[in-house]
Write a protein that binds this ligand. Structure first.
Ligand code: SF4
Length: 489
């Protein structure tokens, strides 16, 4: 999962890109990059947080009123600096591109691009595959200037070849900016405008919060299977190219997106409050004696407040988070994750001592974080520790871009709720139901009828995820984690 941003403005866009990327930093903390254009491309990218990568010198060097930015969370490929996005090809025209998602048939396409078109891909980043397929599709049309139908034909070619999830922003030098979502619209992509010159500026972003922070007004979401092309005269063209059912990723509302964002018109904050409301009803059924509700900060706070309100219980923010340590789930290597939990969360012991505690978290993935938190709470003298997850149990690998691609990593794999409670050391585990998760999202946008819920129910919406592909992705993930550990030593 990553954050993408593309801007066409009336003045240098570097500062806007910087601000916009800070607003979607939570989508990837591994690396970031910006490429601007003013007749030539200016690039800066590397490993680390946005605020660490870009310097005052970059403000002077990355000039141009057009640019693309990216925050990266590695899925395919390790965490090496050269794999940071955006990527660039010099022909045809010169194209830069960034994406959010995961290409399932990355290896096969990389091989095909080399053998058939003599295109050498120099990184392990799957956007390089999308970029080269798009460039090849455009080159095959042998054109001197790009018209909207050329772009739409090239995107159609991408849809035919590239399997998986991808929300893409690209710029074709001196021609225009392109934004498209994969045929199923698994990853979010939205756009907006700002009136700050003779013509409006346009921005395309993963989350609406980026638009808000930069002073843009959201126009609408890019639809599943739709491509937009903003030409150099700022005329916006759009075409629905694929007609597959829209199946957005449920995990965006659970964990990934910021609460102040709207994902496919559903406010993430309100969705989490509703998830808390539904989970409270589930907790009631267990007739537990609970003294205090404590959220695992930060994402669980909105749901936990609602649970405490409905159950008429005391709510305490008794786990204090060190804000200067990254999200443990997003950290690439498992060992790194484990050691970080204790540095990241410090308990206020008096709020736990002698009490029956209900901990609320957004999810339980591998169980390491949950186990470490339960241990912390017990060390503070809690009598009972109940653990509520406002998402359903995660049991299947995500092949679409979230770092949980190895099925053996799931604590809930082949385990019932009592076994999971035992594994994480809790007295009871209570999960949200999948129906309630879908219902909470639909309360915000009843038009969403389908979802990607593959990590919960094992049904992959793109229909092309075979056991062999799962096995291969799992192996790649393990290799990448190994490489990451080597780099971290
Ligand atoms: S498998 Fe899960 S995390 Fe991955 S895209 Fe689907 S819902 Fe999102």
């Amino acid at each position: 999962m990553c954050g993408v941003l593309g801007i066409v403005g009336n003045a240098d866009v570097f500062r806007d890109l910087y601000q916009g990327l800070l607003a979607i930093q939570h989508r990837g903390q591994d690396s970031a990059g910006i490429i601007t254009y003013d007749g030539r491309f200016h690039t800066k990218k590397g490993n680390g947080l946005v605020q660490d990568i870009f310097t005052v010198e970059n403000v002077q060097r990355l000039t141009g009123n057009i640019g693309i930015g990216h925050t990266r969370y590695p899925t395919i490929g390790g965490g090496r600096g050269e794999d940071a996005q955006p990527f660039q090809v010099n022909s045809p025209f010169g194209i830069i591109m960034a994406h959010n998602g995961n290409v399932v048939n990355y290896k096969e396409l990389k091989k095909e691009l080399f053998e058939k078109y003599h295109r050498l891909l120099n990184s392990e980043n799957d956007v390089e595959v999308i970029l080269n397929v798009f460039a090849q599709e455009l080159a095959a049309q042998r054109i001197k200037a790009v018209q909207p139908h050329h772009v739409f034909k090239a995107v159609e070619g991408v849809y035919k070849k590239v399997k998986g999830s991808y929300s893409v922003v690209a710029y074709i030098a001196e021609q225009g900016i392109v934004a498209f979502r994969d045929p199923y619209g698994i990853k979010p992509l939205t756009y907006g405008t700002r009136n700050d010159g003779l013509q409006p500026s346009y921005a395309f972003a993963s989350e609406s919060v980026s638009l808000n922070i930069m002073g843009f007004t959201q126009i609408r979401n890019v639809e599943a299977g739709e491509a937009l092309y903003l030409d150099h005269k700022r005329h916006l063209h759009s075409k629905k190219i694929a007609d597959c059912p829209h199946t957005p990723c449920l995990f965006e509302w659970v964990y990934f997106a910021r609460p102040d964002s709207f994902i496919d018109d559903v406010n993430v904050y309100l969705c989490r409050v509703n998830l808390g409301r539904f989970l409270a009803e589930e907790i009631k059924r267990h007739k537990l004696k609970i003294d205090v509700v404590v959220p695992v900060p930060d994402s669980a706070r909105d749901a936990a407040i609602e649970i405490a309100r409905i159950l008429n219980l005391k709510y305490r923010e008794a786990l204090v988070k060190n804000r200067y340590i990254g999200r443990t789930f997003i950290m690439p290597a498992d060992k790194k994750r484990k050691s970080l939990v204790r540095q990241k969360l410090n308990p206020i012991a008096s709020e736990f001592k002698g009490k029956n505690v209900l901990l609320v978290d957004d999810s339980i993935v591998r169980g390491n974080t949950s186990r470490a938190i339960v241990e912390l709470v017990r060390e503070c003298g809690a009598e009972k520790v109940y653990f509520a997850s406002y998402s359903p149990a995660l049991r299947f690998p995500c092949v679409y871009g979230i770092d949980m691609q190895t099925k053996t990593e799931f604590v809930a794999r082949d385990a019932d709720d009592d076994q999971i409670a035992k594994k994480i050391g809790a007295d009871k585990v209570i999960y949200q139901t999948l129906d309630n998760l879908k219902a909470a999202v639909r309360l915000g946008n009843p038009k969403i009828t389908n979802f990607c819920a593959a990590c919960f129910d094992g049904t992959y919406p793109t229909g092309d995820v075979t056991p062999d592909i799962l096995k291969e992705i799992e192996k790649e993930r393990q290799d990448a984690q190994g490489k990451q550990l080597e780099l971290n030593i």
